[in-house]
Design a protein around this ligand. Sequence first.
Ligand SMILES: Cc1cc2nc3c(=O)[nH]c(=O)nc-3n(C[C@H](O)[C@H](O)[C@H](O)COP(=O)(O)OP(=O)(O)OC[C@H]3O[C@@H](n4cnc5c(N)ncnc54)[C@H](O)[C@@H]3O)c2cc1C
Length: 462
Amino acid sequence: MTVGNDTNPLRIAIIGAGPSGFYAAESLFKSHLNVKVDVYDRLPTPYGLLRGGVAPDHQRMKSVAKAYERIAVSNPNFSFYGNVKIGKDISVDDLRNCYDALIFACGAETDKKLGIPGEDLPGSYTATEFVGWYNGHPDYQSRSFNLKCKIAYIIGQGNVSIDVTRILAKNDAELSESDITAVAQAALADSGIQEIHLVGRRGPAQSAFTELEIKEMGELEDAEPVVNPADIELNEASHLELEDEKNHKARKNMHILREFAALSPAGKKKKVVIHFFESPIELVGNGKVEAIRLVKNRLEGEPGNQKAIATDETIEMPCDMVFRSVGYRGIPIEGVPFDERRGVFPNTDGRLIKDDAPMYGMYAVGWIKRGPSGVLGSNKPCSAKTVETLISDIASLQFAPARSNEQLLEKLKNAGVDVVSFTEWQNIDALEVEAGQKVGKPREKITIVPELLAAAKTAVRS
Ligand SMILES: Cc1cc2nc3c(=O)[nH]c(=O)nc-3n(C[C@H](O)[C@H](O)[C@H](O)COP(=O)(O)OP(=O)(O)OC[C@H]3O[C@@H](n4cnc5c(N)ncnc54)[C@H](O)[C@@H]3O)c2cc1C
């Protein structure tokens, strides 16, 4: 059989309609082949973490969705099948029966554990559930967060931690132009939080913030940043790291952190205290988090490879709630190899591998391919590389016996799965934007699956 030509397109299923899934679709459409791309997502809505992760007050970033929408609507060979979970509603074998190749773009949807006593006490949350809750992700709407308390600790110092800090620190007026859910906005407006502590195990020279995000900590209306001047005294190796040409990001962070350390108290309602050289060793409390025990660290190792080593010095600080933000992990799907240690689908240049052997016809992109790092744009070259691998494999692919997904759709219908098309997603989108406009927000998200499915059937577009 010849595929990829005018009469018999190469049939690809992409599992996950997040950024990496869209970039993979785009690369396939740009190839010299005739390709039919069907994108499946377990949610009725596309865009993955762009919708459910990226902070609601960063609307410029959210506007990237327009580029993804263009990929969907400008390619007649693109189809979206929302509300379909691969591994539950449809198996990987089902897909392989009707697609020549599968591209897994299913992200890293669970969290790494801290592995310390007290981690599961009430009052200790993952950043993922908090982010999902305020961003309207249906999985997290039943969660409740007791925000009527004073002191929050956030463990980890990546951009997700900064997002959580900023959402806790902003006042109602600052949040009112975002697309945070109405429920989250009301709970945050009523919160009693006065101190937000951001804890990092290494030093300021190793911090992983982006300059813009750390800078925003100094621009909040009701909150001021606090950095202990002793924490910005650098060891010799950190000085050398900062002198490295490639380390311009760390130099910029350092400059901002030095400015924060030199600030006099401004008497704002909330404080954002940025701690370095500390790791949590226990969450303490009787039935709920009441304190956090931290160990002081020192750095050891060569410049560029310094590790945090625990000292004998520990401190116990009062604390009402903790958000753990120390990284994400992928979730296995039956029929797909999984690297337990790294939490990814093992692959070489995007082609999955099982017992060291290449799996022609099975590929990965985005966070499930390379782990949970990198911004939206990092997924574009990552997906392009995988598509290049797939196309170079074409002679080794076993072409699918079924040349359509009709039987799959029939199976889903019989199982009562309400599949959402891209046009139906656009109905949801239009309703959300309309509801948002009424209250001066970019959108008011629909956060419950049955309501999303009902909205999908409501045509409001002219
Ligand atoms: C809290 C947070 C904030 C961020 N903020 C920014 C930012 O401001 N700027 C920036 O550039 N980057 C940001 N990022 C990074 C960016 O979101 C990621 O680089 C990007 O989303 C990764 O894309 P992905 O497609 O690999 O995964 P995802 O975006 O997670 O998409 C995976 C998709 O797969 C679907 N899926 C999962 N399992 C299945 C299954 N079994 N069947 C069907 N579908 C499935 C999911 O529903 C989801 O839609 C942020 C990340 C996080 C976590």
